[in-house]
Design a protein around this ligand. Sequence first.
Ligand code: SF4
Length: 311
Amino acid sequence: MDLVGIAPIERYQHAPPRVHPAAHLPGARTVISLAIRYPDALFVHAGCGLAESIFGIERYQNLVIGRRLQAATLRLTRLLEDHGHATIPMPVSGKWRVHAYKDIPTDWCADFSHRHAAVAAGLGEFGLHALVITPQFGMRQRFVSIITAAPLDPDPLYAGPPLCDHCLRCVKDCPVQAFDARRSALESVTIGERTFLYAKVDHWRCAWSEQLNLIPEEGPACAGQTYGVLPPATGPVDEMVMLNTFYAKCHAAGLQAAMTHAMGNCMRVCIPPRLRGTQQALTHLCPKTTKRHTEPIPATPAPRPYHLVAS
Ligand code: SF4
């Protein structure tokens, strides 16, 4: 692991009950946060250069780094279990409850937040984009967490110089305008004795690109996908419009629609002040200017029936 931090359960006293570590493991006393950094050049050049390769970063993110993180959580879980402590390894993020669920009012909510665990474990702090910035690697790492009943010595919360200077690059370069960074809109979260502020994120807009890959410039263009539609400039994103646009994209892009990857500009353009000049910056975003379809979204083709054939 490149980063390891330990958060005592008391730092979660303000967490909503259903996403609290104890909601997963009654009797939880500690959360361990782990991270592996991305290879810097892989991160910087994803989608750029002559190769315009976008698949490498996706495979590393999910298969190589993601699996290695999960393998580490399994090893640590077994070790802690062997010492008599109930422990749950949380998988890397990638699945969400799309709609508010029971007493969770938030859309697009993971059942456990590795971001908040990393901050609680002292590995970094939130940037304006609501993602975690670390002093060592900025944005270029992936996190995972372990919840355990073991009482481990905690690490202090991050207390160094601010890691975000509100330069607004992430807000300005977001093609779907997912961030509301007005002072009056900022959201606050209290972890331990610190309160953090970050922009209000419209997760539907974010998913428009990140999960449904509807903005070619954030990655799919590098696989030859040209079908793109922007969400409405203001106001809420309508789920049915989103679904219809997604189906239209699948229709237009064919099988390629299932084999594309998007990587948010907010992750890619953010270099915290202390790493500017040392961490390699992007010279440009995804190089292709893609056609943007402005005509009405084509009707969704009628689904073809299929039959399960008993063997
Ligand atoms: S891009 Fe600038 S404003 Fe956004 S999180 Fe990074 S340092 Fe903060």
